[in-house]
Design a protein around this ligand. Structure first.
Ligand code: AP5
Ligand code: MG
Length: 219
């Protein structure tokens, strides 16, 4: 019998480590990593119409409107590799997005398996963002102190150039944190109410967070 699909929603503020952890876990879980921020950055790179629209919001640290975001992520989730489930990172980010995801899953007879919420104090997040570097080709994430590439400014995976995201400027980061607390943090109670929320301590070394997540995901 085919395995029941597993939908994991990684919650957490900007720079809490959602992308870092999803990249580490996707192979062992054999699930695709669906990151709304990465999908938007892909559109920006390809200079699509959607990318141009999203840029207006991303550059000032605001959320892209729900209708655009929901349509983009649902399209991604409808592809064949998501039949076994997905690790969702950065989506949902509003109650309306969470409700749209629930409705789409229910329609297919599925539901969210677990929602790990990665908890990190705001002051640690600001420091992490400043040192983040991302591969221009594959999007793999590094940090100038906590997660170094083997060769400076070069991606270990494909040799791509590492760059700093435009929205990682200090003033944009402060706005993203404000937006997180106002618009996204209500999802913590939303998923607690569904009995799927588990808090994970994200303020520890990357390996230790992965280990804690493994335990949560095995449960
Ligand atoms: P998005 O790309 O999703 O950004 P985000 O949620 O702000 O999250 P980040 O990617 O900044 O952080 P992360 O948690 O993935 O951390 P990472 O692993 O990189 O969204 C960007 C924008 O797109 C949004 O602002 C919005 O405009 C738009 N958007 C996206 N989704 C949307 C939605 N659903 N609705 C509307 N708009 C949407 O780690 C950060 C750094 O820390 C790295 O350098 C890493 O190496 C390092 N690090 C990670 N873990 C640790 C650790 N344990 N110790 C030390 N360093 C660590
Ligand atoms: Mg990310």
């Amino acid at each position: 019998m085919p395995k029941k699909p597993k939908y994991i929603v990684l919650l957490g503020p900007p720079a809490s480590g959602k992308g870092t952890q999803a990249t580490r876990l996707r192979e062992e879980l054999d699930l695709p990593h669906v990151a709304s921020g990465d999908l938007f950055r892909e559109h920006l790179k390809n200079e699509s119409e959607l990318g141009a629209k999203a840029k207006e919001y991303i550059d000032r640290g605001a959320l892209v409107p729900d209708d655009i975001t929901i349509a983009m992520v649902m399209d991604r989730l409808s592809r064949p590799d998501c039949e076994k489930g997905a690790i969702l990172d950065g989506f949902p980010r509003t109650i309306a997005q969470a409700e749209a995801l629930d409705a789409a899953l229910v329609e297919q007879g599925h539901k969210i398996s677990v929602t790990p919420s990665i908890v990190v104090p705001d002051e640690v997040l600001v420091e992490r963002v400043g040192g983040r570097r991302v591969c221009r080709m594959c999007g793999k994430t590094y940090h100038v102190r906590f997660n170094l590439p083997q060769e400076p400014d070069v991606c270990d995976r494909d040799g791509g150039e590492l760059y700093q995201r435009d929205d990682d400027k200090p003033e944009t980061v402060r706005e993203r944190l404000k937006v997180y607390w106002k618009q996204t943090s209500p999802l913590i109670e939303y998923y607690r109410g569904q009995g799927v929320l588990v808090e994970v301590n994200g303020d520890q070394p990357i390996d230790a967070v992965t280990e804690e997540l493994r335990t949560v995901l095995a449960g």
